[in-house]
Ligand binder design. Structure first.
Ligand SMILES: CC(=O)SCCNC(=O)CCNC(=O)[C@H](O)C(C)(C)COP(=O)(O)OP(=O)(O)OC[C@H]1O[C@@H](n2cnc3c(N)ncnc32)[C@H](O)[C@@H]1OP(=O)(O)O
Ligand SMILES: CC(C)C(=O)C(=O)O
Length: 561
């Protein structure tokens, strides 16, 4: 075989044919969430967490509302042991939260684990041993019975130790580690053997946790394993079925989600998915998946930035900016057609109706993100993006013809800069291109109203003061009238928009005008303290721009001659 040769691998065996129900089901409620951050997450770190870091992350996990927290492997390391002691001695476990500790089926480790828990009022003892064919044959070098004996002996030791502390509300959990690569009949057999020892009842259920220790097959395959197990395990009403998926194929969340359809009631994972190799199942992602389907996840994820800060600081692992639901860039659109669709749908979105905004699967404000980040402009953006930014940050509502005139300039500028344009630079570009305050400028004006609007306007033109008078059905047409009488220039208004500006703008009004000046089409803009002044200044801008354009073409002709 060559080094990259698929023939080296075999597909994972499927469960026998059975009455599969999960594909027709829908999720209706959240599972019991179990945080593995302080155990599976911790054991995957280059530098496992200190007690102080564990304390910080613990507080965050509890703040989010997770009620079952695996706090460590107290028989394995002193920090884990010390952390468990801190929780108990400092009375840090809130009512409604239960801690869990992991322990292999080894007598001295079980003993140490119980020692770490002295003084606790309730806890889950999580016992595991590995069951897959590879583990049996290559690691433990045992047959099936040998592996069952390990589990049964461990289960007995756990029961015996627990019976020494009858005042404690113990719950027992068993994981046939590597369940997903174990023959399903053997998984059932070993779990039955453990239950024979623990004798769970509907009032005192045990937890059977079925780990996808290494994700070797698709999520549908895992769902089949879970449903088959649920249908064939005895004492079903005395058992809580739990799943613990890893992300080797990138499917940890999908596998957990389908497992819930298949009958699992409890899900182990970590906040943001840190864990062995490619990680554990990401609780934030699965919970947000439910949330976005209208299901209460039972967790408070309204402040993900706080979770991100604590998790990344405690683990030393940064989060990808496109991390599902909570990444820094996941509610940002650069591409023009997305921006256009977002802008249009946001405008129509009412406060009391179901969310229907294109390209935004949830309202970013639900998780403390505002619309500031939703639309950003680069060379992939169209007119929608720049329009959104000008509206959002300056209250400037561009008329369509001005959008069409400005968009190519914005695109050229972002290509020139090879990067993003801020709303401030887009606004600067708008005024730099479409506003000219010289050589013609407005000094003063007076309007009088009779049957027609009468305008007396004082202008400065190339240092010369002009006093003009005109009449029209509005200030602008009166100005056109005055200007044409004075200059003989043919000026017509092709389009016109003005509106008042709110917010932080220095001006109170903005006007856009499209003129025909001696057959030349000119677009212009101006701002001022009121709409009449803004409109007159916009026309003056247009006249200046027309003069500039005529000057440029004269010098081109002169050069050609
Ligand atoms: C999928 C998972 O994440 S499972 C959790 C894994 N997590 C960890 O291992 C982190 C913490 N572990 C540790 O710090 C160490 O492994 C310790 C302290 C618990 C034990 O260390 P050591 O005693 O040196 O043993 P080591 O870790 O090498 O374990 C291997 C031995 O335990 C046996 N073993 C491993 N797992 C189990 C188990 N679940 N039940 C019973 N025996 C087990 C192995 O067969 C092997 O036995 P051998 O020594 O007779 O060959
Ligand atoms: C101990 C078990 C639950 C585990 O961590 C795994 O199988 O990944």
């Amino acid at each position: 075989m060559t080094s990259f040769d698929h023939r080296k691998y075999r597909p994972v065996a499927r469960v026998p044919a059975f009455d599969r129900q999960w594909p027709d089901r829908d999720l209706e409620s959240a599972p019991t969430w179990v945080s593995e951050d302080l155990r599976d997450g911790n054991q995957a770190l280059l530098e496992p967490m200190s007690v102080e870091q564990k304390k910080r992350l613990w507080k965050q996990i509890v703040r989010v509302g997770i009620e079952e927290v695996v706090v460590g492997f107290p028989s394995a390391s002193q920090p884990d042991y010390d952390f468990v002691r801190w929780l108990i001695e400092e009375d840090q476990i809130p009512e409604g939260v239960t801690i869990s500790v992991l322990v292999p089926c080894r007598e001295h480790l079980i003993e140490k684990t119980f020692e770490s828990l002295v003084g606790i009022s309730r806890a889950i003892i999580h016992l595991y041993n590995s069951t897959s064919t590879t583990q049996r044959e290559r690691v433990f070098e045992m047959d099936r019975q040998g592996i069952i004996d390990i589990a049964v002996n461990g289960a007995r030791r756990v029961r015996e130790h627990a019976s020494r502390y009858p005042q404690v509300d113990w719950r027992f959990q068993y994981s046939p580690e590597s369940f997903s690569t174990t023959e399903i009949d053997f998984s059932l057999a070993i779990c039955e053997a453990v239950m024979d020892v623990w004798q769970p009842t509907p009032d005192s259920r045990c937890i059977l946790n079925l780990p996808n220790t290494v994700e070797m097959a698709g999520p549908h395959h895992h769902a089949d394993q879970i449903e088959y197990f649920c249908q064939n395990i005895s004492r079903r009403d005395s058992v809580i079925i739990s799943v613990h998926t890893h992300n080797d194929r990138g499917g940890a969340v999908a596998a957990a989600e389908l497992a819930l359809l298949a009958g699992a009631e409890r899900v182990e994972g970590t906040l943001l998915g840190n864990g062995e190799r490619t990680g554990n199942m990401d609780i934030v992602t699965l919970a947000m998946n439910l949330y976005s389907q209208g299901i209460d996840p039972g967790l408070d994820l309204s402040r993900p930035d706080e979770i991100i800060q604590v998790v990344t600081e405690c683990t030393g692992i940064p989060m990808h900016p496109r991390h599902p639901w909570v990444g820094e860039m996941v509610y940002t659109a650069f591409s023009g057609s997305h921006q256009d669709a977002i802008r249009k749908s946001l405008r129509k979105q009412g406060d009391d109706e179901p969310w229907q905004v294109a390209y935004l699967p949830i309202d970013p404000r639900d998780i403390g993100r505002d619309y500031q980040a939703v639309i950003r402009v680069n060379s992939q953006s169209g007119k929608g993006g720049m329009t959104f930014l000008l509206e959002r940050d300056y209250g400037i509502s561009l008329p369509r013809w001005m959008m069409l005139a400005l968009a190519p300039l914005v695109q050229q500028e972002s290509e020139r800069l090879s990067g993003e344009l801020s709303s401030e630079s887009i606004r600067r570009l708008l005024f730099a291109t479409f506003m000219r305050e010289a050589p013609l400028s407005l000094v003063d004006y007076r309007l009088s109203r009779a049957s027609e609007e009468g305008l007396t306007i004082t202008l400065q033109n190339d240092g010369e003061r002009l006093e003009l008078e005109g009449k029209g059905n509005g200030a602008m047409s009166a100005f056109m009238n005055a200007w044409q009488q004075h200059t003989g220039q043919q000026v017509g208004i092709l389009d016109y928009n003005e509106h008042s500006l709110g917010g932080d703008s220095d001006a109170d009004a903005i006007a856009f005008v499209q003129l025909n000046v001696d057959g030349q089409r000119v677009s212009a803009v101006a701002e001022d303290s009121d709409t009449v002044s803004a409109s007159l200044k916009a026309v003056i801008s247009g006249l200046n721009l027309a003069r500039e354009m005529a000057g440029a073409s004269d010098s081109l002709s002169a050069m050609a001659e």
